[in-house]
Ligand binder design. Structure first.
Ligand code: PGA
Length: 253
């Protein structure tokens, strides 16, 4: 059975002090709870707050997640952060290829691939985001778009490494819009992704990969989505910024 994974993507929200406060509240809320054993929980604060939050989540079931990373270890890459730096402070997972960097900052499939390879080679878990825009869904090319993104991201990734990765299916039209894919719509794409992984790596690997849903997931719609056979968790934006709403999703999982 795949362990469900719920990750809060705080995006460009919260100062360092505010991040520390929210992390402290979350750690207190999950402490000693049985669900914290059965669900993997992570939070992705701003880079600035990672070090502070690392000290807060240490020894708790809450994993430290970065929102992005560069694919080189060090050097003249102004503005970038390396896997080494993240690893040194206790980051375990990295979100890659989110639609915001893809659409707003020109993140390419090739860059997502390099980052995926790098993160896996350093023993961290990539959370590889894929998803179609509204126009692509309406043009009936969702599977083509998502399929191409998955193939590109996993170029050169071995089956053993792929098995350790996480994919987040996030329809772009559902992110931050309040619109959520229906349970069936989401499950259909998750099933398609697992089928593609089977084609690329065989069923053992495909069955091991966890595929999260993201896009306006909240406590109210989480249980329907998380009941679907191929939905193994959630990548949560807005609803992860308050402890109660995030906790509601964790409990649903
Ligand atoms: P949302 O964001 O939950 O605010 O829609 C999800 C995401 O972008 O990861």
């Amino acid at each position: 059975m795949r362990k469900k994974i719920i990750v809060g993507n705080w995006k460009m929200n919260k100062t360092v002090d505010e991040s520390a406060k929210l992390a402290t509240e979350l750690v207190a809320a999950v402490k000693g709870q049985a669900f914290a054993e059965t669900v993997e929980i992570g939070i992705a604060p701003t880079f600035l707050a990672l070090d502070r939050v690392a000290a807060i989540v240490k020894g708790s079931p809450v994993r430290l997640v970065a929102q992005d990373v560069h694919f080189e270890n060090q050097g003249a890459f102004t503005g970038k952060v390396s896997v080494d730096m993240l690893k040194a402070i206790g980051v375990t997972h990295v979100i890659l290829g989110h639609s915001e960097p893809r659409t707003l900052f020109g993140e390419t499939d090739a860059a997502v691939n390099k980052k995926t390879l790098k993160v896996l080679s350093e023993g961290l878990t990539p959370i590889v985001c894929v998803g179609e825009t509204r126009a692509e869904r309406e043009g009936n090319v969702t599977e083509k778009v998502v399929g191409n993104q998955v193939r590109a991201a996993y170029q050169g990734v071995s089956a053993a490494e792929a098995a350790k990765s996480v994919i987040a299916y996030e329809p772009v039209w559902a992110i931050g819009t309040g619109l959520t894919a229906s349970d069936d719509q989401a499950q259909a794409v998750h099933k398609f992704i697992r089928g593609l992984l089977t084609e690329l790596y065989g069923s053992g690997t495909a069955e091991a990969v966890r595929i999260q849903y993201g896009g306006s997931m909240k406590a109210e719609n989480a249980s329907g989505l998380l009941k679907q056979g191929d939905i193994d968790g959630g990548l949560i934006g807005g609803a992860s910024l308050k402890v109660d709403s995030f906790l509601g999703i964790i409990k649903a999982a």
